[in-house]
Design a protein around this ligand. Structure first.
Ligand code: SF4
Length: 295
């Protein structure tokens, strides 16, 4: 029997690579296991992402620096902060960061997409994902020009964690490569450049892929997806009287377990990592490690 296309996102594939047990609890166990409390660093990241997306959705004339700050202020998410004072301090700081970030953007450089969902298929997988921003760099350089070939699309991913990403992070990111590939196919445009924009510092870590390097990442995605599909099948078979699938989803304990939503349900992960408070992943909380989910 030919296998059905495996529908996946880069997030799902990375979850499998990070920890098969976390993958199982996130995507297979139903009813869903209870997660721990919300993380303040996730609220912060979502607030910044939402403000920047909202800014690009404003009419062009309204895309001012002050408007970006106002969007951040109005849409601030306070889940996970220790108290209103801590939330307020971070909101003020993020407001400044968002304003500084948009201050060097060209409001007229209309993106090809904002929080745009793209997808593509191969013989093995149906891939989808959402891109923070898809830039059209030729449109920015030549506003109003006609009769010229369209320029390149660029995948932009916002980061809000305490560490500025590196060029190597951009180069090796499976998600960014798959977004570029899918965006290029959906829009029938060349899309090989990927960029990580660190909003707190304004730094940009960029990588220019080639068709070959994108194909390599797609092949890697297919290989990971094949493992996932096999594990999924064994999980569902176990639920209908087949052999137990416990060994298919081993825990992968390590420092990152401190930030896992399912740590309280996982003896190995609990033993491998200290318990973190919901606000311990915030940028000014000087912990030794970094939340894996930071935006
Ligand atoms: S606590 Fe660690 S080992 Fe356990 S599920 Fe989470 S990431 Fe995996």
């Amino acid at each position: 029997m030919p296998r059905r296309l495996y529908a996946c996102t880069p997030t799902r594939l990375n979850a499998w690579l990070d920890c098969p047990r976390r993958y199982r609890m996130t995507y297979l166990d139903r009813p869903s296991p209870a997660k721990g409390p919300p993380w303040a660093h996730n609220s912060l990241g979502a607030s910044v992402h939402n403000a920047l997306a909202g800014w690009w959705r404003l009419p062009r004339r309204d895309r001012t620096v002050a408007a970006a700050g106002e969007l951040l202020q109005q849409g601030w998410l306070s889940d996970g902060f220790s108290d209103p004072g801590q939330s307020h301090a971070h909101r003020q700081r993020c407001r400044q960061q968002v304003e500084d970030y948009v201050a060097v953007l060209d409001p007229a450089a209309e993106p090809a997409g904002v929080e745009r969902t793209v997808g593509t298929r191969t013989d093995l997988i149906a891939l989808s994902g959402r891109i923070d921003r898809l830039d059209d760099r030729r449109a920015a350089a030549d506003p109003g020009e006609t009769g010229r070939p369209p320029g390149d699309l660029v995948v932009v991913d916002y980061k809000t964690g305490r560490h500025a990403p590196t060029v190597d992070d951009a180069r090796s990111s499976l998600a960014l490569a798959l977004y570029a590939l899918a965006a290029g196919r959906v829009l029938r445009r060349r899309c090989q450049r990927v960029e990580l924009h660190h909003v707190p510092s304004g730094s940009v870590a960029a990588w220019q892929h080639t068709p070959e390097s994108l194909d390599r990442q797609l092949h890697r995605a297919e290989q990971i997806a094949a493992e996932c599909a096999d594990a999924d099948e064994r999980y569902h078979a176990a639920g209908t009287g087949g052999p137990p699938a416990d060994g298919v989803f081993p825990p992968r304990p390590g420092p990152g377990c401190a930030w896992c939503d399912y740590r309280a349900l996982c003896p190995e992960g609990s033993a491998a990592s200290p318990r973190r408070r919901p606000w311990d992943g915030l940028p000014d909380t000087a912990e030794a490690d970094t939340p894996r989910s930071e935006g």
